[in-house]
Design a protein around this ligand. Structure first.
Ligand code: FES
Ligand code: FES
Length: 80
């Protein structure tokens, strides 16, 4: 069972989210459909993190999986 998040990308993913829509952010870094979960976390301790868009706008989902403000980027990728 793996409990280490993989650094999928060292930069955030800009996504135009729609108000009221749910998004499932990949917390494990294993998804091939970054920044979202594709089920590849199976067999790890990770589960996707649900994000509900409060408004329609561009948000920056964390790609490195080290953000303290997940699922959004907090700049932690700059330390990698
Ligand atoms: Fe990473 Fe589901 S594939 S959390
Ligand atoms: Fe992870 Fe910025 S991409 S903190």
């Amino acid at each position: 069972m793996s409990s280490q998040a993989i650094v999928a990308s060292k930069t955030p993913h800009a996504v135009d989210v729609e108000a009221g829509k749910d998004y499932y952010w990949c917390s494990c870094g294993r998804s091939k459909a970054q920044p979202f979960c594709d089920g590849s976390h199976q067999g790890t301790t990770f589960t996707p993190q649900k994000y509900t868009a409060a408004e329609s706008k561009t948000v920056y989902f964390c790609g490195c999986k080290q953000s303290a403000s997940s699922p959004l980027c907090d700049g932690a990728h700059k330390q990698l």
